[in-house]
Design a protein around this ligand. Sequence first.
Ligand SMILES: [Zn+2]
Length: 199
Amino acid sequence: MVEKNTKDNRNYFHYKAKNIPFRFAVSSAKYAIQKSKYKDIEIEVLYEPKHYQNISHLMKSIKNTMLYCETNFGKYPFKTIRFAEISSFTRGFAATAYPATIYINEKQFHLNLTQGEGQDTINELAAHELSHQWWGHNAQMSPDYREGSGVLVETLEQYTQLMLYKNEYGNEKMLEMVKLYQDMFDSEKAFSGEEPLLT
Ligand SMILES: [Zn+2]
């Protein structure tokens, strides 16, 4: 940030970036912030103060993902990683990744993980969205939109997500997840037409 000032009871911020990759993210709210570090990378989780329940679990999942991805795929390309909660008025996604910033919808953010079918959505979202910093439209690759590009943008994230789930909950639980996604694929393809998995 270059400058901040207040005028007529409004806050004004002036930012300057050396270079902006494919896209960038801005959000504004009265956030609480939890900070931590993975090696020399700053981790920040910005959240609605009442939704503190999953923060430490999210922080742990972020660090596990950083370790897995740096060990297997290479160095994280930014100095910070921010996870920010956004309003459930935002529709169309559970979470989404921008360079160095990840948004999670509040519906997912403060789920009661001890209830329901025992699926660890926080682990899945942290692993999937954070691995987009290696795979997909962020800093390290930006495939042309054409047949087969989905493998680079989503399939490798999905793989990373499953590996992190396996590390946490074992092979059997991970295979249950694969079955879940297979069922989703089979039911969705009726609407969008079958696309070959390998192109
Ligand atoms: Zn994704």
